[in-house]
Design a protein around this ligand. Sequence first.
Ligand code: 4AD
Length: 454
Amino acid sequence: AKAVVLKEDTSLPAATKIKIRDSVKNRGKRVRVSGWVHRLRVQGKNMIFVVLRDGTGFLQCVLTDKLCQSYDALTLTLESTITICGVINELPEGKSAPDNHELTVDYWECVGKAPGGDEAISNKVNENSDPSVKYDLRHLVLREEKASGILKVRSQVMKGFRDHFDNRGFVEVTPPAMVQTSVEGGSTLFELNYYNEKAYLTQSSQLYLETCLPSLGDVYCLAESFRAEKSHTRRHLSEYTHCEAEMAFISFDDLLDQLEEMVCDVIDRVLAHKPSADIVYKLNPDFKKPERPFMRMNYTDAIQYLKDNDIKKEDGTFYEFGEDIPEAPERAMTDKINRPIFLCRFPAEIKAFYMKRCPENPLLTESVDVLMPGVGEIVGGSMRISDLDELVAAYKREGLDPSPYYWFTDQRKYGTCEHGGFGLGVERFIAWLLNLHTVRDTCLYPRFTGRAFP
Ligand code: 4AD
């Protein structure tokens, strides 16, 4: 049999070019839609069902009779690009398709044929592929519904943070990624050659945000941070998106209140966006908004909690005051308590140089980690040292050369104030919201040990 050559019927009304997201409001009219063949089902010789994907949605299209008999129809493959014309009609009861409607095609053409056979996308990567293959072929995996859905929610989460801060009068700033000072200690710095000088990729924009308070007031940024992490865990990346904020003339309690308000407000904003809410509840059906107020627990009480609940170190001994609580016990405790926790007032010796001491106990700092069930720490924050002499002493104690920090020290010299802020890992927030096993799946192209491609 000879393949049919298709021609558009010029006597039909002109088709309006639309994106799939606008398909409901364009029902009943003749439309033109372009996209990728997401699903393909051939039913006998005279019917082909295509689910078309254009990034804005999915649209079932039905090709009948001679539309199924062209060369392109007979050789159509998944992920080919096509342009389709026809009319979208609501489906009768008992049939189901995305948005409960279907485009009845009157003309279509192939724009770019994808390979079939061994080279077919389903043979290159599928659900059963090894994780390393999935990361090698991330550019193809992104076409899957789950991977793209996560990125769509991510977009709304980022918008949620921006809207949250903009609504409260915070100014967004764009701090540099190439720096010559560390914030969180030397061990996780990525070093680079900067015109033959030593420089680093930033670990945190906090110190720069602090310098903005006198000129811009409360500030925030959504910027990439970089960590040469030695730990290969499901929540550590080498590059991550850091949402950081800094506020002047606040108390530690104000800081905690602001954090709680932010987490809850951003969740509300994401869920108010219907397409995102649908994805959240699809990926995480049991998701419940956290109850307020969040539990507030001191580090000292957490050490006691670990003892009371028989959560031990690998060597069988208990964690003692002054020790860092690593990922495993932190998660064990958070999962057991099963609600967000503000873990407060860590000992100064295990925290960063810039943290303010507690007035009631100078061994402790006015610091907070926000812990979420399933993920653990998603935020680190604190009040900052406000006294010049105390800051100078802190550099000394930590063995930091104060000279490259002159611009930071000047903040304490030229009109100091009580201030504080925090940094939230956007990928960890999303992993918690969507109940994902790893933060890697929340990134467009994740960067972790051994992987800086594609
Ligand atoms: O607790 P961290 O190290 O705190 C700071 O960097 C402060 N200077 C922030 C501030 O006060 N402005 O990091 C803050 C958060 C962590 O709670 C975690 O969510 C995230 O950043 N984070 C990482 N996320 C993914 N991969 C990594 N390697 C991360 N390291 C930290």
